[in-house]
Design a protein. Structure first.
Length: 202
């Protein structure tokens, strides 16, 4: 039986890149020190929902084997430490230099996923963790709910991508100080990307 997971990112740019490139990554420190065992042993066919903070959830995406167009410096199960020097740049997510340990999704299905606002999901009594394993029955029901009531994530990307700055990040990238960007509804957020998504959702 497939396991349902939920993982999260705090950045809209990163979420878009996860879906477009069909992978999810963690840092070297997270993979070697704090990754929980069930997640380390993620299997082909498992289902993964992606969450953007407290704003939206999309998926599920289906875990697949490691693609042949990616080059790895190290592997562990379905996880691979991507070598961003030898992998063609068109296959790399924007965040690969920060989160090099990745697993991958079925590329034929990533363009078909839907998303739903998190507050709508929560109003239907789906109590979702920020990251972790979801009960199989809850996962299946959430999948059906997003499929029936959500919107196309591909359409969302087309609307939002021109407003984001998808780029190759590095550890020296300057970050906007927390709480300095105000949304239309008066909430303070950390970045322009968060303001864009909050304004669009509300």
């Amino acid at each position: 039986m497939s396991t349902f997971f939920i993982v999260s990112t705090n950045e809209l740019d990163f979420l878009i890149s996860c879906v477009e490139k069909g992978c999810y990554g963690v840092s070297e420190k997270t993979f070697t020190q704090t990754l929980w065992p069930q997640f380390r042993n993620i299997a082909e066919g498992d289902r993964v929902f992606l969450r953007l903070k407290d704003q939206l959830v999309c998926g599920p995406l289906i875990v697949s084997s490691q693609p042949s167009n990616i080059r790895y410096s190290q592997t562990s199960g379905l996880w691979g430490r991507v070598n961003d020097q030898t992998t063609p740049v068109e296959y790399l997510p924007t965040w690969i230099s920060i989160f090099p340990w990745c697993f991958f999704f079925d590329p034929t299905l990533t363009s078909q996923v839907n998303y739903c606002r998190l507050n709508i999901v929560q109003s239907k009594h789906f109590n979702l963790p920020r990251m972790g394993i979801i009960n199989p029955e809850v996962g299946k029901n959430l999948w059906e709910f997003i499929e029936s009531n959500g919107r196309s994530f591909a359409d969302f990307v087309q609307r939002m991508k021109p407003l984001t700055r998808l780029r190759q990040p590095n550890q020296n990238t300057q970050r906007i100080i927390s709480g300095r960007i105000k949304t239309k509804r008066g909430v303070f957020v950390r970045s322009k990307s968060e303001r864009l998504i909050d304004d669009w959702l509300h």
